[in-house]
Design a protein around this ligand. Sequence first.
Ligand code: ADP
Ligand code: MG
Length: 698
Amino acid sequence: MSAPRRAPSAPRVTLDTPVTYLKGVGPARALALARLGVQTAGDLLYHVPHRYEDASTVKRIAELEPGMDGTVIGRVISKGVLPTRKGLRVFQAVVRDASGMIEVSWPGQPFLDRTIEKGDLLLLSGTVRFFHGRQLQPREFVNLGAEEEGTAGGRVLAVYPATEGLSFKQIRGLVDAHLDALLPQVTEYLPAPTIARAAVPPLPDALRMVHRPTSIAEAMAGRARLAFEELLSVQILHRRANALARESRHGIAFQNRRDLTTKLKAALPFELTGAQTRALREIVFDMTSPRRMHRLLQGDVGSGKTVVALFAALLAMENGWQAAVMAPTELLAEQHLRTFTKLLAPLGIVPVLVTGRLGAKARREAATLLAQPAPLLVVGTHALVQEATAFSRLGVAIVDEQHRFGVEQRKALGAKGESPDVLLMSATPIPRSLALTLYGDLDVSILDEKPPGRQPVTSALRPESSRERVLQFVERELDKGRQAYVVYPLIEESEKTDLKAATVAYEELSEGAFKGRRVGLLHGRMPGDEKDAVMRAFRDGALDVLVATTVIEVGIDVPNATVMLIEHPERFGLSQLHQLRGRVGRGGEASYCILLGDVGQEAAERLHILVDTEDGFEIARADLRLRGMGDLFGERQSGQPTFRVADPLRDEELNEIARAVADEMLGADPELTAPEHAGLRKALGSRYARSLELFRVG
Ligand code: ADP
Ligand code: MG
């Protein structure tokens, strides 16, 4: 960089200056900064606080009461390490603010004695409990050092993501020291109309607002701008990737012969819902086009995805191709086989099963069928993608409950043929904009309508004191010849918790409340064969009650099961509870889902979302808002550009705007070569290495 220098001894810090050249940054800190993704002074500007504290979120110490969750700021007036009877060493401090003092305790963290000094100001968040008086056990804390007490008095405190060897405070010092020199060098690169449309501040202002906010609202406005530019970038990159992928994705152009599909429509015992018809139209469009289908069919539990998949399979088959449907468990594969066998009987088609359980003879027979270049419907587990399974002419690959498979397994089925069309199905309902962001190179169809005549599932949250009555209620359903699920979050008694594990409950229930009934146990640590045997027994009506952990979550259909009793409901995520609840209400009888337990107020509020609605989309949205995206998608969906600031769900509105802006921009200027997009193109190029390729920058 040929930046002008003010004085030879004080080189000007520019956005490109490596952090190692900054005062106070030695090799160790430079390494720590690199771990945070900060290489240059400019990166430092983008290392944004993940949390703010101000007087409005900080409580007075005197206000804290046992059971309460709160954040306080106080000065350490005494400290020390105490041994406990169990041999655990506890670091304890007493902190004081203008209103009073409180004991703070960190069990098992004696090393804090080295970093927390008497006189230090601590910001502490955690739960207050009663232990010889009020005691705070911090979930999080920040050592503000021996600085002035200004923080509580109205100033907003920015808390930065820190790392080992580099404290939040050191980061803040570093940002503070260089902010004034760096900000004037930042220029806005987004077109003015775009900024106006998103209603966010221009970049230099936004960066000042996130690092040195005068209020939390200002910090949020600044954050929105940074989130928006991330969302916009990712939308642009995905669109571009999609467009390029689509051009190069050659597939099979099936003919819509209306032969088998029309016969199935006539033979179905029900009319397709509007949503099923719409999804099917989208699938037929993809399959009859010469480019390869990459479609995600999303629909809540019970929305009728299976039959849609069957139509896709028949379209391939009436063109002389094979179709494969892969399910995550043996049981589910068998269930699909039964469903298909029944629906296809009038058409004279017999589907074939391929699972790991097949005997050698059945396997050979299946292999022979697969090797023939004739239309065939194959249903199976991941055995379908194993090397031994060879298709002669795979035309369409369908993956049910796709989120249960790893990225590699999903891809492997699509790799079985020349380039079969691919249909992924999932019951984890997520908003369309989020699906696009997460899945990138996929088109999405949504079943947002349930088949008519479904009985709603009556749900309720009941306290421990109602246990007797709840069990009596379950009894009455059993008396009517119905079946019940009892679901537990854990499978073994854990030392740390007092949760009743499913195994203990199973023994208790079969000896007590359900004595004389046929009670089965199903949990994740049982061998696969045993699991299947128990589930089969329940399905066939040989068991009345199934005590289970969440292993029953996926796709199983037992219409005679009308009650689900869920213990420790607060341990589950809302979406998971919704999936569980989908196991009942599958027949014509009234069905019930009872959440049983004494839960805290926060949990009760959360659970009431589930009790009040059966709309999986609404539930998933609430769940994501409450728990963040990690739990729902885990690592399985990795490989997508990550967001540093934005959260596609929390920022759904911004994401919608970003989507619209990206559409228009690329519609008018597909390669982003117009002068008004030069800045954006450069920003994309430097921030997302992938875009270099996509836009052939340089
Ligand atoms: P999911 O989307 O959860 O996989 P399924 O495909 O298993 O749902 O369908 C649930 C039940 O609804 C099945 O018993 C199926 O036969 C039935 N079903 C599907 N579509 C319709 C429809 N249009 N009308 C009535 N029942 C339907
Ligand atoms: Mg299903």
